[in-house]
Structures are given as C-alpha cells and as structure tokens.
Design a protein around this ligand. Structure first.
Ligand code: XCC
Ligand code: SF4
Length: 662
C-alpha cells in the first residue's frame, strides 16, 4: 500500500505548500484535499475489477474467483492494462495527427501565421521517410511529409515508417514476435476489439498486443508529433528560462497556457508580444502581458521559446489560487475538471480551445489552424479585458528558479561532438571508460498519492551522484527545474566521473528533453548510442533504465510500455495496476524481459527504485564486458588535468580528454 502523504508533506515545493495552506485556511478544495478525502478504490487499484460488459461489473477479489463470463483475474488485469495503454497511445497519437494536419494546411498555404521554421529538419525527416528531397520547394516537401505521416496513423497493412529508425536487431525482434506496428489506428482498434467480452482471453497474448500498441505510440504517434512540431516551430536548443509560481506578475496581465499542444500556444506567444496588444493592456492599467505555462503545453513553448513555467501537473489549481491569473487557456490532456469551479471563485477566465475538450462552465474559443493568429489575439484581448476585474487580494509566492531547457537529440549530438561534426562518440566513450556509469530516463507525472515532486528529486539527485546521466521530460523535468537541477551548476551534485564529462563537454548532468511526446527523442538518442558503436548492438544492451516515479496517466503506461518494447527496463513508482495478479506481474516483468529485453516493474519505495536501477545498469555493464563502475578512478586524480581543460571550448576539451575530436 502506498504511504499517504501527511498534509505537511503533500508537496516538497515551497511555492505549492504556501498556496496549499491558503487553500486549507479558506476551505477551498484542491486535488490534494480530494485525494486525502478519497482512498483509491482497492479493487480497481490493483486490477481486480472488470466492467467490460453489463453482466458485470465483476470484482474478482477471492482466490480463483471468476467473472460472470468466466474470465480469470489474469485476463481481467491484462485486459485493463492493455486498454489503458491503448488510451495513452491514442492521446499522444491524436495530438501527433493534429500536427500532421497543421503541417498539411501550412504546405497548402491554408494556415496563415504558421510556416516551416526548420527546413533542415524537414529535409532530414523527408529522407527518413524515403521522400525525394533534391530540388524541391519547402512546401512541396512539407506536403509529402505531412501526407506520409497521416498514412502512418491510418494505414491498415505494412509497417510504421519509423520502425526503420530503430537498430536493425530491434526491428528483427519486433518482426519475429509479430509486434512491429502497422499503424496507430490499427493497433488501438485491435486492442479495443481484443479486450471486448469474449475475444482475447489469454493474458500473455493480450499483453503481447499491448506491446505492439505502445510501439505505435513511441515510434509512431509520439515520434511524429515531435518531428512535425520541430519542423513547424523549430528544433529546440538551450536557452535560459524561469519556473515556479513566482513567474506570475502582480502588475501584469497573466495568461497561463496549459495542456499539451504547441499549435495555438505558439500563436499566443506571438500575440502576447504584439505592441498593439501590449498597449491595450496598458490602457487597462496593466504594466504588460505575462505569459507562462503548465504541464506539457508549457514544455513545448519552454523548449522552443524559453517561455516561463508556472508549475507542473499538481500546480494547476494553485496557479488560480494566486488570484492573479486573468486567463487560463487549456487544450487537451491533464486538465483537471476542478478548474471549472475553482476559476469561478476568482475573476479568472477558463478558456477551452480544443474542439475535442469542453469543460462545463468554461468559456469556449475554438481553435482552428486556418485562422490561428486571429484566435490567439482574441484570447489575449479577453485576458486583458479581464485584468480590471481582479477582485481582492493577489498572493503570488515569491519563488522562482532558473533552468536551461532545450536538449533535443539534435542538440545533444551537436553539443557532444563539438561544432564541426555532431557525434555520440564522447558519450559512448565516457560510458565505456566508466566515467559515466549509465543513463536513466526519469519522466512522467505528479500524483497526489505520493508527495508532490519528492521522488523525482530524490532519484535524480541520487543518480547523478552515482555518475548516472539523467534525461528528463514532462512534469518530472519541471519538478527538478524548480530546485535548480536543470542548470550546469547541478554538476556540483554529480559524481566525479560524470562531473569530468560535464566539465569537458559543457553538458549539464540532467537534460530536459521536452514534453511527454518528446520521450520519443530519448528513443532516438538510445538508437544513436547503439549506432555509434562499442555498447552492443541493440537498445537492450545499453546500461540504461527508465523511471516514472510519480505516474498517474494512461499515457505514462503507454510510454513505459514502449520503452520496455524498445528494450529498456522500466520502473514505475506507486502501486501496480495489475498488482492483484501474480501471473500478470510475472508476465510484464520476467515475461517481457525475456521477450523484448526489458520488463515493466512497479516499486513504491524510491530507495528500492534507485537500488534496482543501479543494479540494472551495473548488470548491463557486466554483460557488455565493461569495467565495473568504480568512482574512485576519476575526479581527484584527474583534477590537475581538468583544471587545465576547464577553460577550453567544448570540442577541444573533449579532444584533450578523449584523445580525439568529437
Ligand atoms: Fe500530464 Fe504531460 Fe503526466 Fe505531466 S507528465 S501529468 S501526462 S503533463 Ni507526461
Ligand atoms: Fe464480468 Fe466478464 Fe463482463 Fe468483465 S467481461 S464484466 S468479467 S462478465
């Protein structure tokens, strides 16, 4: 059973804690109070409940008990997990599909305000898709890329285009197991069919299709969402930005954008900078227009535009509690319905923008990519008009921190290799030499069933201390940003070997790679590490491990499962949604482990998560015949050398350290 947080330990974020005591004092319900007022349903929590037909719902709580149709606990738990994965894959992929439609409209000249901002990436993506590039106009190429992407969502036979981006050995494994995904739609539809009453009744067989469905997300919907967003809005590179509730301004019009899609938010970023609208804000008594984000819409505009972030998932209500938010503009996913009632207590306008997502009581300004700048201006104007309606006391916690986001896989390649030729060689060499013990992806949500941010901070701090390089996305990255761990200065917490590499290459020890769909960037990095050589032939050979310590969403389950299917052992926090079935637990840990080289584990104790992660990394090092990790080999003895290297530009530092240019 998970430990339920005491009210004083609901969060480790001081800004969140400050507003949480305001909420408590004023009797305003929040996700934290609702969570402590309602324990999770003990039957559903561990996978014992089936509501797939109306002979039930059935709860299989006694040993050997069957559902009305005769379904076993194994079948029920496996079906529930498969359905959750399909829902998560659908969310990411539907977002990706909308990016494809936007690119298509741009290519046809039907989306004023948008353009291809990264033609270089467009050409690279076209090459990956086998689309002829030479001598073609940008829009011509963009149309082909958009249409190829749309095919990947709907084609009924064949294979996803990006399957070929995986290491050759991985592709073979998928084909041999029959889990190479055909298209996003086909795999999700098949999951829903298989899990309907009376179809697939073998837990192992159901779960195998869950792998295929998750792969259609990772190497399909999400990877396309990332690539198409980079083409449209630019491939991220590092910049400096601010985070936490202190980014809200007492004297300015505050617009918070929340959800997942970059399409409209990019336009709002532009509109908020228009002199005419700033002048309009001044005419209403405001000093200016202040834009910031929450969740992954925040991550999208943070990565590309350096726009400030108010907080992560569990801060969304707290932002409204400041009384300083003129408009909260939401699109899709992770938007709590509680925002409706909560915004009504303040002057805040809650504006829903997606044709797919309405919230009762909210104002609707429907997004249409064919007239985006106009809609963005309308929204900014609504926020400005709302500024004089601020009623009462504004209470903004004066807490912020700096962060450096923007580590796309393209940038990591460039950063490691130096300015002449991008390369993963320095990274692989550092892993081989044992300076870097391995890598951990720490990603995913917040969940009020565990202290807000605590497990994210603990794992990341401990991993870098143990010379494990950390890559992050989503709300976990934002948690670490809040305490300054997404800065070069985080190096001071790193172990001696990792610190040497960071100092030599200019790479921080914790890299923010983007939003939830950008977990696909991690797949690309892992593939490039394999291709670079010296660390085995497949992703499953690498000394890497995945974590989602505070997960809550179905998307997290899809992400975890596509990492597993790609060969990365992955450990989730909290409780297991299949915990009631020993057999299903065995199937997703050992079963998937032997099938695809990675298992999906649930471990509620962060210290155990860390220990298991380090043990996994060390086991992979041993299988690669790499020297055992030994922190005493680096650092002290190398200090005299590092002292000389520190003032060198990155590529020369790498050259001096590794004996060859990057
Ligand atoms: Fe949502 Fe992406 Fe989870 Fe955060 S991390 S709570 S899914 S916003 Ni992806
Ligand atoms: Fe019960 Fe079977 Fe219907 Fe599920 S499918 S609700 S186990 S009868």
């Amino acid at each position: 059973m998970p430990k339920r947080p005491e009210s004083s330990r609901a969060t480790v974020d001081p800004a969140a804690a400050e507003l949480l005591s305001v909420a408590e004092a004023e009797g305003i319900p929040t996700v934290f109070s609702r969570a402590s007022g309602m324990a999770p349903c003990p039957i559903g929590e561990v996978g014992q409940c089936c509501k797939n037909c109306h002979m039930g719902p059935c709860r299989l709580v006694k040993p050997g008990q069957r559902g009305v149709c005769g379904a076993t606990l194994e079948t029920v738990a496996a079906r529930n997990l498969a359905r959750a994965i399909a829902a998560g894959a659908a969310a990411h992929s539907d977002h990706g599909l909308d990016m494809a439609f936007t690119l298509q409209a741009v290519a046809k000249g039907e989306a004023p305000g948008y353009e291809v901002r990264d033609p270089h990436k467009l050409r690279n993506v076209a090459r990956l898709m086998d689309i002829p590039v030479d001598g073609r106009s940008i829009n011509d190429l963009a149309l082909d890329v958009a249409e190829r992407a749309i095919e990947d969502f709907r084609q009924m036979r064949g294979e996803l285009t990006y399957v070929r981006r995986a290491p050759a050995k991985r592709q073979e494994i998928w084909r041999k197991l029959g889990i190479s995904p055909r298209s996003v739609t086909r795999e999700i539809v098949e999951t829903l069919h298989r899990t309907h009453i009376g179809t697939d009744q073998d837990a192992e067989h159901i779960l195998r299709h869950a792998l295929r469905t998750a792969l259609s997300d990772g190497w399909g919907g999400s990877m396309l969402a990332t690539d198409l967003s980079d083409i449209l809005f630019g491939t991220p590179s590092p910049s400096v930005a601010q985070i936490n509730l202190g980014v809200l301004r007492e004297d300015e019009v505050n617009i918070v954008i929340h959800g997942h899609e970059p399409t409209l938010s990019e336009m709002i970023v532009a509109a908020a900078q228009e002199p005419e609208l700033i002048e309009y804000a001044r005419s209403k008594g405001a000093a200016g227009i202040n834009l910031c984000g929450i969740c992954c819409t925040a991550n999208e505009i943070l990565m590309r535009q350096g726009v400030a972030v108010a907080g992560n998932f569990l801060s969304q209500e707290l932002a409204l509690l400041t009384g300083a938010v003129e408009a909260m503009v939401v699109d899709v996913q992770c938007i709590m319905q509680a925002l409706g009632d909560l915004s009504a207590r303040f002057h805040t306008k809650l504006i829903t923008t997606s044709p797919k997502a309405h919230i009762t009581g909210a104002t609707r300004v429907e997004f249409d990519e064919h007239r985006a700048p106009e809609i963005a201006r309308q929204i900014v104007r609504m926020a400005v008009d709302n500024f004089p309606r601020r009623n009462g006391h504004v209470r903004i916690p004066q807490i912020t921190n700096d962060l450096v986001p923007g580590f796309s896989h393209e940038y990591i390649n460039y950063m490691l290799g130096g300015s002449f030729r991008g390369s993963f060689r320095p990274l692989n060499d550092a892993v081989i030499a044992g300076r870097i013990r391995g890598a951990a992806g720490v990603v995913g949500c917040n969940n009020p069933r565990t202290p807000h941010d605590e497990a994210h901070l603990y794992l990341v701090r401990e991993f870098i201390k143990n010379d494990v390089l950390v890559v992050m996305t989503g709300c976990g990255a934002l948690a670490n940003a809040k305490v300054g761990m997404l800065l070069g200065e985080a190096m001071e917490y790193a172990g001696p070997g990792l610190r040497e590499v960071c100092e030599a290459t200019g790479m921080p020890p914790v890299l923010h790679m983007g939003s939830c769909v950008d977990n696909s960037r991690i797949l690309t990095v892992l593939t490039q590490m394999v291709t670079e050589g010296g660390l085995g032939e497949d992703i499953s050979d690498l000394p890497v491990v995945g974590f989602a310590p505070e997960w809550m969403s179905e998307k997290a389950l899809s992400i975890g499962t596509y990492f597993v299917a790609s060969g990365v052992h992955t450990i989730f926090g909290l409780t297991s949604p299949v915990g009631a079935s020993q057999e299903v637990t065995r199937l997703i840990v050992e079963g998937w482990g032997s099938l695809v080289g990675g298992g999906l584990e649930f471990e509620s104790d962060p210290e155990q998560m860390l220990a298991k992660g380090l043990a996994h990394i060390d086991a992979k090092r041993a299988m690669l015949n790499l020297s055992p990790y030994n922190p005493s080999r680096f650092g002290q003895s190398g200090d005299w050398r590092m002292a000389g290297l520190m003032n060198l530009p990155p590529e020369e530092g790498a050259k001096a350290l590794y004996g060859k240019p990057g």
